[in-house]
Ligand binder design. Structure first.
Ligand code: PEP
Ligand code: CO
Length: 460
């Protein structure tokens, strides 16, 4: 079966670890940089740059996630599959923050529980790929691996891993974060008013009446607050938003991994939270080695065909002291496999007494290609995995504490379905993603309503 405790519980800050100890381990999904000297130079520069995030913000997120793990609160994590350097521009950032905030207001209002918002933003620039190379006009070239590594432009030269991109990534992340912080400080006053939300599209949906009631009720709550506490409501409305990315390019993450005064251990100061992808979970691989040494909350993606014993060892390796709020377990089985894969995992994690936040990524197990070769996802399949995941947790007496979504605040046409009934023939209209298909603004809001409905079923 499986072994308990693969690592002694007291090993919270392993002595045999350093931000670069991962270099001694086999690494997947990160190609070798041909220009070693340039990589070294860039690494040193990145290492000396000021941090993007502070350790106390990381600790604050961990404290909130600890509450979510114990059933108090809900994690809403979402954003682009792959951020692009070109996408670092005002409307895209504003729109993503706007949709995440609006979704969170729907969840808070409907579920009466705090919502922790984490963007896939300000660093989500590196992508795992199923193939290392692709053929372009008869030539075998490196696959695109995200702007942090190479260019999407399909030529041999542009696909060579370029160390300079680590610095550009840091700069773009800093610019994004700077703007996010300013917007969050201001509180986005308009967002409290659902009358400014673009909800008309919902009219075409069978649940429109329920949506309308929710919106009216949010409106009433807002006017009530504005009437009784006008000053504090309008001024103290700073909103919290945390950042996250897949910890994939370990040069980028390790250069920004630091010790800070008066706190124990090492912090990845490039994001509040990072996650381990489904393809880089090897126990003796470089990514696990790197992640076992940092104090940030760490997400772990778990997909079909996972090995139970391996997974328990992995969680133990990353959180040997069973720290609350440290691990977010993100299941991404797909609607057809979740009933097969998830229940056993929940039972064993419970049995081991491992404190985790359970989150559901209903995107990555439900991707398919259309006849015209558009990578897409069906809104109904996404909802179906969410429903099944809620039901499984309910049956197991466990708490589904979050969702992990690929979405954008823009009006893209990448996923089919939703209230507007977007169909395959419309995908080409505004298909912008650099990697996987995202929910658009309307589909995201509708998804928030549906998540709240499911959550309420589990808490009836
Ligand atoms: C992702 O989150 O974009 C991703 C690649 O997910 P996974 O590792 O679960 O396939
Ligand atoms: Co993706």
């Amino acid at each position: 079966m499986f072994s308990k405790q693969t690592v002694a519980p007291e090993v919270a800050n392993p002595k045999d670890w350093s931000p670069t100890s991962w270099k001694e381990f086999p690494i997947k999904q990160l190609p070798t940089y041909p220009d070693k000297a340039e990589l070294e130079r860039v690494y040193r520069e990145l290492k000396n740059n000021p941090p993007l995030i502070t350790s106390w913000e990381i600790q604050a997120l961990k404290d909130k996630l600890a509450e979510v793990a114990s059933g108090e609160g809900f994690l809403l994590q979402g954003g682009d599959c792959a951020e692009s350097f070109d996408g670092c521009e005002s409307p895209k950032i504003v729109n993503l923050l706007k949709v995440l905030l609006q979704m969170s207001f729907i969840l808070i209002h409907e579920m009466e529980t705090p919502v922790v918002r984490v963007g896939r933003i300000a660093g989500q620039y590196a992508k795992p790929r199923s193939r290392d190379f692709e053929m372009v006009e008869g030539e075998k070239i490196h696959n695109y691996r995200g702007d942090l590594i190479n260019s999407i432009n399909p030529t041999r030269e542009d696909r060579v891993p370029d160390p300079q991109r680590l610095l550009t990534g840091y700069n773009k992340a800093a610019l994004t974060l700077n703007f996010l912080r300013a917007l969050a400080d201001e509180g986005f006053a308009d967002l409290h008013h659902p009358e400014y939300w673009e909800l008309d599209f919902m009219r075409e949906n069978e649940y429109y009446k329920e949506y309308e009631e929710m919106v009216n009720s949010i409106q009433k709550a807002v006017s009530f607050m504005e009437t009784i506490t006008p000053n504090s409501f309008n001024t103290a409305q700073r909103v919290n938003i945390y950042t996250s990315h897949e910890s994939l390019n370990l040069h980028y993450d390790s250069a920004q991994t630091r010790k800070v005064p008066r706190r124990e251990g090492w912090f990845n100061l490039s994001a509040h939270m990072v996650w381990l992808g489904n393809r880089t979970r090897d126990l003796d691989g470089a990514h696990v080695e790197y992640l076992r040494g940092i104090r940030n909350p760490v997400g772990i993606k778990i997909g079909p065909n996972y090995d139970l014993d391996h997974t328990l060892k992995l969680i133990n390796r990353l959180n040997p002291i069973h720290e609350q709020g440290k691990i977010v377990l993100i299941s991404r089985f797909g609607k057809d496999e979740v009933e097969e894969g998830l229940p056993d995992l929940i039972r064993h994690i419970k049995h081991e007494g491992m404190p985790v936040v359970w989150s559901c990524d209903p995107m990555h197990g439900n991707t398919f290609a259309t006849n015209d070769d558009f990578k897409t996802r069906n809104f109904d399949d996404i909802v179906s995995e969410i429903r099944k995941t809620f039901a499984i947790h309910r049956d197991q007496g466990s708490y589904l504490g979050g969702v992990h979504l690929e979405l954008t605040g823009d009006n893209v046409t990448e996923c089919v379905g939703g209230a507007k009934g977007l169909h395959e023939g419309e995908l080409h209209n505004n298909y912008e993603t650099y990697c996987d298909p995202r929910l658009n603004y309307q589909q995201s809001l509708e998804m928030a309503f549906l998540i709240a409905k499911e959550w309420k079923k589990s808490h009836a």
